[in-house]
Design a protein around this ligand. Structure first.
Ligand code: F6R
Length: 589
């Protein structure tokens, strides 16, 4: 989704610094971009473009010590240069970038038109810059931005710059803004990863906070009252390296390869956060797991793990549907929200509603200080490190690892959970070895041109099937469906024709026999059976060897699917890091 970057400092190439910041935000997904600086004679100059930044430069912009930039993911108004940010006031003295959706933009716009403001874009965002301009007739910039912000409905973040000034003003409500503190330079961004090449010292704005930033000082205000506030900076654990591709061709592959280490460090974490989470679940009056997309499948897997390992019932729902399930929530109910970004609007909206029911809110989130992190009563970190590829891989595996350990902690056998996870980590490592990769690449070449793929499994292999199908769809654009294997004969089997690739998960657990029977039924209809199992079987046309790891087998099984999705994307010339139409954090409804 949209990205924000603002710089003020002693460097005179602000435009390049901002463009570099925007490049670090590219992974969020965008369709146009723009940069503005306050340059020669205090005039604001702007450079905007449709499409990706690629090799574009901002050489047309003059030397400056202050600038703002934006990557836009279109919501209101098409993908055009005019609609991209920064937007300018009528007098061209104020430049503004915006994330979020201004829900009441049409009424604000109507009024501003009567006040003689001229709009040049179709966006909701442009309303904000004209509002600031209108208020600036009476107030200083900080106060104008604050008052304008209070008129906006919805979850929004603004960064505003004025000609002839060395200061930025940023304000936010439910849309992330992080301030980065450097040496005689300060920055704001929608994501800490854009700041780590400059500084690891940051402050995450809370809802309805406003900052006034110049090169040597940062002043924080309560946006509602206008009063100054004190704040505590934090130092990020990960530096710039964690956000780089290193020797890998794509972030997705790098992130897949990081997984054995992530699983191992979750298993060996001496602070044992999953014990605390188990305790909170024990004390609650019913637990609801909530997530979207891949995180929703982690929730579904969690419901199987809690049932199988801890004999504990938990409910689960996808974020966008959770709001319709809320009626029974009580003040001792627990909502455990899972999210990589912690910014997914469908999650944030539903957990806010759950809070009004006085439910306790806990989160398992991968981004420290994110909106979900701030909103929750209890925060648990996934600990997968920055995830840059649009499709979630390591955050999903991190979530699963925590849920598995938590289910063992609930059962009172944490050490067994640890052993299971270490087994899973070893199985993933083996899969990532030379032979595993060779066999997955060969499979990808074989099936790269098919129209449909089906993925089936039972028990914990059912959420694995859904997740693997999602990864293949996102990465390769091949129509792929995941099913509970038992559902085949209730309708799905009519889709199988000669040669249709069917991925069958067959771990050696209580589902094995039934899965093999299902594979036979698929084969009898012409299906091409890709068996994912620790042992080959005559029904398999293609065997992928995955070592069993008890309840942890879902982990290497999903990693196989991530790798297949990645290599299918390569075979089909798709960009695995930035699949079409998708954004990394989905901050709109
Ligand atoms: C799929 C994927 C998405 C996200 C979903 C939720 O690969 O990445 O389905 O899982 O948009 O995002 P988070 O976890 O950030 O809430």
């Amino acid at each position: 989704m949209c990205g924000i970057f603002g710089y003020t400092g002693s460097k005179t190439n602000a435009a390049e610094v901002v463009l570099d910041g925007l490049k670090k935000l590219e992974y969020r997904g965008y369709d146009s971009w723009g940069v503005s600086v306050s340059g020669a004679k205090g005039k604001i100059s702007v450079c905007k473009n449709v499409g990706k930044i690629g090799n574009a430069t901002v050489k047309t912009l003059s030397a400056s010590t202050i600038g703002i930039g934006h990557t836009r993911w279109a919501t209101h108004g098409g993908v055009t240069k005019k609609n991209s940010h920064p937007h300018l006031s009528c007098d061209k003295n104020i430049s503004l970038i915006h994330n979020g959706i201004i829900e009441n933009y049409d009424t604000l716009r109507e009024k501003l038109v009567t006040q003689c403001h001229t709009f040049i874009s179709e966006t909701d965002s442009e309303v904000a810059v004209h509002l600031v301009e209108q208020l600036r007739k009476k107030y200083d910039l900080t106060e104008s931005v604050r008052k304008a912000f209070l008129k906006l409905k919805g979850l929004n973040a603004l960064v505003v710059m004025e000609s002839d000034s060395e200061s930025l003003v940023a304000v936010s409500n439910g849309s992330p803004v992080v301030v980065g503190f450097g040496e005689h330079e300060n920055m704001v961004a929608s994501d800490a990863d854009a700041l780590t090449s400059h500084t690891k010292t940051v402050y995450y704005l809370k809802d309805s906070e406003l900052v006034y930033v110049n090169k040597d000082t940062v002043t924080l205000f309560d946006a509602i009252t206008g009063k100054k506030k004190s704040f505590k900076k934090i130092v990020l654990e990960h530096g710039e390296k964690a956000s780089q591709k290193g020797e890998f061709k794509h972030f997705m592959l790098k992130e897949i390869y990081e997984q054995p280490q992530i699983i191992t460090s979750i298993a060996n974490d001496t602070t044992m956060p999953d014990r605390k989470l188990a305790q909170i679940i024990k004390e609650s009056f019913g637990t609801y797991l909530v997530g979207c997309g891949t995180a929703a499948y982690a929730c579904l897997a969690g419901s199987y793990l809690f049932s199988k390992v801890a004999k504990t019932h938990v409910n689960w729902a996808v974020g966008s549907e959770f709001g319709y399930h809320l009626d029974f929530l009580k003040n001792k109910s627990l909502v455990l929200a899972l999210s990589q970004s912690g910014e997914t609007m469908d999650i944030l909206e539903s957990v806010k509603k759950a809070k009004t029911k006085k439910a306790t809110l806990a989160c398992l989130v991968n981004v420290y200080g994110s909106s979900l992190f701030r909103e929750s009563h209890y925060n648990f970190m996934v600990g997968a490190g920055p995830e840059k590829a649009v499709a979630s891989t390591k955050a999903f595996i991190g979530m699963l690892s925590h849920l598995l350990l938590t289910s063992y902690a609930l059962k009172g056998s944490y050490e067994d959970g640890k052993k299971t996870l270490l087994k899973a980590s070893k199985s993933v490592k083996d899969l990532l070895g030379k032979d595993g990769i060779k066999s997955i690449k060969k499979l990808a070449r074989k099936i790269a041109q098919v129209e449909h793929i089906y993925v089936v499994g039972r028990g914990l292999s059912y959420p694995a099937s859904l997740e693997v199908a999602l990864k293949i769809k996102e990465m390769s654009y091949i129509h792929t469906e995941g099913f509970a294997a038992g559902e085949l004969k209730h309708g799905v089997i009519s889709l199988i024709t000669k040669g249709t690739p069917c991925i069958v998960f067959a771990p050696h657990d209580e589902t094995y026999g039934a899965n093999i029977s299902g594979a036979m039924e698929l084969k009898a209809r012409g299906g091409y059976i890709i068996g994912v199992s620790n042992k080959d079987h005559e029904v398999f046309d293609y065997h992928i060897s995955v070592k069993d790891a008890l309840e942890g087998t879902i982990i290497p099984n999903v990693v196989f699917g991530q790798l297949l999705a990645y290599y299918l994307a390569i075979e089909r010339d798709c960009d695995p890091d930035m699949p079409r139409n998708l954004a990394k954090s989905v901050t709109v409804k």
